[in-house]
Design a protein around this ligand. Structure first.
Ligand code: AMP
Length: 922
C-alpha cells in the first residue's frame, strides 16, 4: 500500500471535507457524520495521507488483496435527514487496479458496495448485515495506473448516488469491502432546496425538495404594500428548481411596482386601483400633496362626480344658458337657447325649466302648476330646446332655463340660469249668450280684449258631442253672434270660437256644450215611486243639520235606530231632473261611478261625480251605500271630498259629490311620474294632512287612508275620500284577511291595528306616513312586491320603508325623535316668552296679529270683511282657495261684485294669496 501513511486512530473524526457539489446550482447542505466501529471494522484502518496540494488529510483504507473470502464493513453514525425525502451521497475514493499489484491472486476485487439502513434510533450499536438496503456497487472510473508512489499523487474518483423516499428520522450508511484495495477520502451527504425567491411580487420561502419525482406546491406571500391579484403559486422540483409560476400580487392603490417591491406614489401622482400598473400624474385641476395618494384632490371650485373615473380631470358647473328666444303659437311656446359658454369641462350638460305665471303688469308671479306640459320634458333636457304646451291664452309667463352638469349638485354656488318672458295669444272670451230651441242654438261672444291685430272674422266650429271631433262643421262670421240651425233635437253639441286677425288665427276659446231641446218629455232618469210633494221648509230644516255650528264631533250612522234618518239629517235630497250623467269614470263597490253636471236652482251648473247603487240591491246594501253619504255629509273641509247630496226618491239611488278631474292620487302620480316640483308634492301632502287633521278633530278614524283613496282635482288639490262603512271590509282590493279575522289593508295599517284592531287617529297617522312615501315616490307600491306576511314580519322586526329617491330629508324626518323633542323643550325653557301663547285661547283675541291663516273661500272672504259675497263665490263655482287665485275683474263683475272698491279689495287680497299662501293681510 504505497501511499499509505499511518496516523493515530484518535483522528478518526476529522477526515471529512465539506465542499460544494459542482453540478447543482442549488444550495447544498452538508451533513456531519462520523464513522463508528462495526463488527468487521478491524480490517478498515484510519490513515493520514497528503492530498494534491500536500495538505494532510485522513482516509479510511482497506487492502487485504492477498487473502480470499474478505467481508469487511465500515459504517457511519446515525445521520439525521432533517426533513428531506431525497438525500444525495457523494463519495471520493481511490481504488487499486488488481493488475498493478504484483503477485495478487484472482480473488482480488476492484469494486465495493454501499448500503443504508433507515432508523429512528440514533444510537444503534449493532445492525445486522441482512438489514441493510443496497444502494449500489461502486467501481472506479479513474485509471489506477496514474497513481504513482514516487509522486505521492492520488487520483480521486468521485461518485454520487441518492436514496429517496426517506421517512424515518435518519439513516446509517455502510461500505462493504469484498477484497479490494480502497482508500475512502470523503463522504458528503446532502439534500437540495429551492432557494427563497421573489417572483411577481410574491415571496416564496426556502423549500426542501420532495421525494422521487414529486413536485412540492408552494404558496407565495405578497410582499409589503401588495395584495393578491390571483393567488401566487409555484412548484419546487426534485432538483431544487422553481417551476410553473401561477398567479401574482399587485401593488395596493397608492403604490407602484419597482423591481421586487412596491413603493409609494410620489406627490403629484396617484394610483387608484391595485390593478393599475404605475402611478400616474394627477389629472387637470387636481393635486396630491402627500405621497402614496390613491386619488388626487380637486382644486377649489372644481369637483368630481361619483361616477367620474379618478383619471378624469376635475370639473365645475356650467355657466348659464345664453340667448334664449321664444316662438309663440297660440297657447304653445317653443323655447330655444344657446349652450353655456363654459361647459365646466364636461359633456353632460342638461337643462331644467321652471315656469311662473305672472300678473298683467308682470310684477306678481306664481308657479304654473301641473296643467302645462313640456315636450320632451321639463327636467334633465339634453337638447337646448323645448316645447311648452297647454298654456293659458293671453297670459304672461316667465320661464327660467337652468343649466347643470354632473357636478352641479356638488357645488354650493347657485345654478347658472337665464330668464325669458312670454305672452301667449288671446282667445275669444267666454260665450255670453245662448239660446236653444229644438233644432238651433244661438251663441254670442266677446272678442279678445287686446287683439294682436285687426279682427277680420270669427270662426265657429261645432260637432255632435258623442261623435267627438271626427265630423265637425266650420262656420264664419264677422259679427259677435251666430245662430246655428239644422241641429238634431235633444242632442248635445260642442262649440268653439276663435278670432282671425290680420296677424293670423288666435287660439280657440274653451269648449261650450249645449243641448238642443227635447222633442217630447224624455227624462234622463227614471223616477219611480215619488212621495207626496215635500214641504220646502222641511227640506230646508233638514239641511240645516248639516252645518250645525259647533257640532264638531262625528256621529256614527249606526247610532241611529233608523239609518234613513241619518241620511236625512246629513245629506241633502237632490231632484234627479237636475242631474245630467255624462260618462262612466270608474267602478265602485255598489255600482258605476259617473261624471256629470248638477244644476241647482239659482246657481251655476257644477261638475259632479255620481255614484249609483246598482239594481237588485238588498236593504243592507242600500243602507251601507248611503252610510257613506251620511258620514261625508258631516264634513265640511277643503281637503275632504264634498257631498252635494243624494238621490233616494228615484232609482237608481245616487250619491252626488264634487267632481275631482284628476281621479285617484295613486293613478295620477304614476301617470305623471317625476313631473312635479317638490313644492307641489309637499303641497299635496299638506292638503291631505290638513283633511286628516280635520277628521281627527272630529274624532273620525278613517282606517283606510291610502293614495288610492285620495282624489285630486284640476288644481292639484287633494281630498280625502272613501268613507263607506263597509269599505275596509269589502271595497278595498288591498285589504287582506288577517289571522284574527277581518280584512285589513296590511301595507297601510299600523302594527297595533293589524295585531288587535286598535284603529285610532294615531294609526291613521301611520297610514299617512305610508301615503307620504307613496306621494314622494310617485305612486310606487309600498314595500314593493313583498308579500303581506313578509311586510308584517319585517315591520315587527323594526324594518321601515326607506326614504324614496329624491326625498327631502326634512320630510323623511317629519316624525320627531325624542332627542329632538328634548331640544325643542329646552329651547322653550330658555325662551319663556315663547310659552305665553296658549293653545286653547283664540287667535282672534290676540288682536295685534295683523294676519292669520285661512283655508276656505268663506273664511277668506270673512277675513277681508267681504263676507257678503260668500254666496256669489260659491254659486260661481269658486269653492276652494286655489280656484280664486287667478280671478279677474270681469269675472268679479259677472258674479255680481260691482263696486269698484270691493273689486279692488278682493283682487289685492288675491295677490297676497298668490305670494304668501294662505296668510291673509287683514
Ligand atoms: P270609489 O267607489 O269611491 O272607490 O270610486 C271608484 C273610482 O271612481 C275611484 O277610484 C275614482 O277613480 C272614481 N271617483 C270616485 N269619486 C270621484 C270623484 N268625486 N271625482 C272623480 N272621480 C271619482
Amino acid at each position: 500500500l504505497v501511499f499509505t501513511v499511518f496516523i493515530p486512530s484518535l483522528c478518526i473524526y476529522s477526515f471529512l471535507n465539506p465542499f460544494h457539489h459542482p453540478h447543482s446550482s442549488s444550495f447544498l447542505s452538508a451533513l456531519h457524520f462520523h464513522f463508528l466501529p462495526s463488527l468487521r471494522h478491524q480490517k478498515w484502518e484510519e490513515i493520514s495521507v497528503m492530498d494534491e496540494r500536500n495538505t494532510p488529510m485522513r482516509t479510511y483504507q482497506v487492502c487485504n488483496v492477498m487473502e480470499a473470502n474478505q467481508n469487511n464493513w465500515l459504517r457511519t453514525r446515525h445521520i439525521s435527514r432533517e426533513g428531506a425525502q431525497r438525500v444525495y451521497i457523494e463519495i471520493k475514493f481511490t481504488l487499486r487496479d488488481c493488475n498493478s499489484l504484483p503477485g495478487v491472486p484472482g480473488t482480488c476485487k476492484e469494486t465495493f458496495n454501499m448500503y443504508y439502513y433507515e432508523s429512528n434510533n440514533a444510537n444503534l450499536w449493532f445492525i445486522k448485515e441482512s438489514q441493510y438496503v443496497k444502494i449500489d456497487t461502486i467501481a472506479a472510473d479513474e485509471s489506477f495506473t496514474q497513481v504513482d508512489v514516487g509522486d505521492r499523487v492520488m487520483k480521486l474518483n468521485t461518485e454520487v448516488r441518492d436514496i429517496s423516499n426517506l421517512s424515518k428520522k435518519g439513516f446509517y450508511l455502510a461500505f462493504q469491502d469484498l477484497g479490494a484495495c480502497i482508500a475512502l477520502v470523503s463522504v458528503r451527504v446532502f439534500y437540495k432546496k429551492c432557494p427563497l425567491t421573489v417572483l411577481n411580487l410574491a415571496q416564496f420561502p426556502d423549500t426542501i425538495t420532495g421525494g422521487d419525482t414529486a413536485l412540492v406546491e408552494v404558496h407565495g406571500v405578497c410582499v409589503n404594500a401588495s395584495e393578491e391579484f390571483e393567488p401566487p403559486k409555484m412548484y419546487c422540483s426534485a432538483d431544487g428548481g422553481w417551476l410553473v409560476p401561477i398567479g401574482r400580487c399587485v401593488c395596493k392603490p397608492g403604490f407602484e411596482e419597482n423591481k421586487d417591491i412596491c413603493q409609494p406614489c410620489r406627490p403629484g401622482t396617484y394610483k387608484a386601483s391595485a390593478t393599475d400598473a404605475y402611478c400616474t400624474k394627477c389629472p387637470p385641476h387636481s393635486s396630491s400633496p402627500q405621497e402614496q395618494a390613491v386619488e388626487c384632490i380637486c382644486e377649489k371650485g372644481y369637483y368630481r362626480a361619483d361616477t367620474d373615473p379618478r383619471s378624469m380631470a376635475c370639473t365645475r358647473p356650467p355657466s348659464a344658458p345664453e340667448n334664449p328666444i321664444t316662438t309663440v303659437n297660440e297657447t304653445c311656446v317653443t323655447l330655444e337657447w344657446s349652450p353655456p359658454r363654459d361647459t365646466g369641462g364636461r359633456g353632460d350638460i342638461t337643462y331644467s325649466l321652471h315656469c311662473r305665471k305672472c300678473s298683467g303688469d308682470g310684477r306678481k308671479c306664481a308657479p304654473c302648476g301641473s296643467s302645462i306640459h313640456f315636450v320632451p320634458r321639463q327636467f334633465g333636457l339634453a337638447s337646448a330646446t323645448v316645447l311648452v304646451t297647454d298654456l293659458q291664452p293671453d297670459s304672461n309667463y316667465s320661464f327660467t332655463i337652468e343649466s347643470q352638469n354632473g357636478v352641479s349638485d356638488l357645488s354650493p354656488t347657485p345654478r347658472g340660469s337665464v330668464v325669458i318672458n312670454v305672452t301667449t295669444s288671446q282667445t275669444v272670451s267666454v260665450v255670453l249668450k245662448e239660446r236653444r230651441s229644438k233644432d238651433s242654438v244661438t251663441l254670442a261672444w266677446q272678442g279678445p280684449e287686446r287683439p294682436n291685430g285687426v279682427i277680420v272674422e270669427y270662426e265657429v266650429i261645432y260637432y255632435e258631442k258623442n261623435q267627438r271631433e271626427q265630423n265637425y262643421t266650420v262656420l264664419k262670421t264677422r259679427s259677435n253672434m251666430m245662430t246655428v240651425d239644422g241641429l238634431k233635437p235633444g242632442t248635445t253639441y260642442v262649440f268653439r270660437v276663435r278670432a282671425r286677425t290680420d296677424g293670423g288665427y288666435g287660439s280657440y276659446g274653451g269648449e261650450i256644450e249645449l243641448e238642443t231641446s227635447h222633442e217630447g218629455c224624455g227624462l234622463i232618469l227614471h223616477c219611480g215611486y215619488i212621495k207626496a210633494k215635500q214641504d220646502p221648509d222641511e227640506e230646508k230644516m233638514q239641511f240645516q243639520h248639516v252645518k250645525l255650528p259647533g257640532s264638531r264631533t262625528y256621529i256614527h250612522p249606526h247610532t241611529y235606530e233608523d239609518p234613513n234618518q241619518a241620511v236625512r239629517d246629513f245629506a241633502k235630497e237632490i231632484d234627479a231632473s237636475n242631474i245630467r250623467i255624462e260618462r262612466v269614470i270608474g267602478a265602485g263597490e255598489f255600482g258605476e261611478v259617473c261624471s256629470g253636471r248638477l244644476r241647482v236652482q239659482g246657481k251655476r251648473e257644477i261638475y259632479v261625480a255620481i255614484k249609483s247603487l246598482k239594481a237588485g240591491y238588498s236593504d243592507t246594501q242600500r243602507r251601507d251605500f248611503l252610510s257613506e253619504a251620511s258620514i261625508m255629509g258631516q264634513f265640511d273641509h277643503p281637503n275632504i271630498i264634498r257631498l252635494e247630496g243624494v238621490v233616494t226618491k228615484c232609482k237608481p239611488v245616487m250619491i252626488i259629490t264634487e267632481f275631482m278631474e284628476n281621479g285617484s292620487l295613486d293613478t295620477f302620480l304614476k301617470k305623471h311620474d317625476g313631473q312635479f316640483t317638490v313644492i307641489q308634492l309637499v303641497g299635496m301632502l299638506r292638503g291631505i294632512a290638513s283633511g286628516m287633521k280635520y277628521l281627527s278633530d272630529m274624532s273620525y278614524v278613517h282606517r283606510d287612508l291610502a293614495a288610492r283613496n285620495i282624489l285630486v282635482n284640476s288644481n292639484l288639490v287633494c281630498k280625502v275620500s272613501d268613507f263607506g262603512l263597509s269599505r275596509v271590509l269589502e271595497d278595498d282590493p288591498e285589504a287582506a284577511y288577517t289571522t284574527r279575522g277581518g280584512k285589513i289593508p296590511i301595507r297601510w295599517t299600523a302594527p297595533e291595528a293589524i295585531a288587535y284592531r286598535k284603529f285610532t287617529s294615531a294609526s291613521d297617522v301611520w297610514s299617512y306616513g305610508i301615503v307620504m312615501w307613496e306621494v314622494i315616490s310617485y305612486g310606487e307600491r309600498p314595500y314593493w312586491e313583498m308579500s303581506n306576511q313578509d311586510v308584517i314580519k319585517a315591520i315587527d322586526e323594526g324594518y321601515r320603508l326607506p326614504a324614496p329617491m329624491d326625498c327631502p330629508v326634512v320630510l323623511h324626518q317629519l316624525m320627531p325623535k325624542f332627542g329632538q323633542i328634548v331640544t325643542i323643550l329646552d329651547k322653550l325653557i330658555r325662551n319663556p316668552a315663547s310659552l305665553r301663547e296658549l293653545a286653547n285661547s283664540s287667535a282672534w283675541s290676540d288682536a295685534p296679529t295683523p294676519d292669520f291663516s285661512v283655508s276656505t273661500v268663506d273664511e277668506w272672504l270673512e277675513a277681508i270683511k267681504m263676507g257678503q259675497y260668500k254666496e256669489n263665490f260659491s254659486s260661481a263655482g269658486y269653492v276652494s282657495l286655489d280656484s280664486v287665485l287667478y280671478i279677474s275683474v270681469s269675472e268679479l263683475a259677472k258674479m255680481g261684485v260691482n263696486l269698484a272698491g270691493h273689486q279692488k279689495k278682493i283682487l289685492s287680497s288675491v295677490q297676497s294669496l298668490q305670494t304668501q299662501g294662505t296668510h291673509v293681510q287683514v
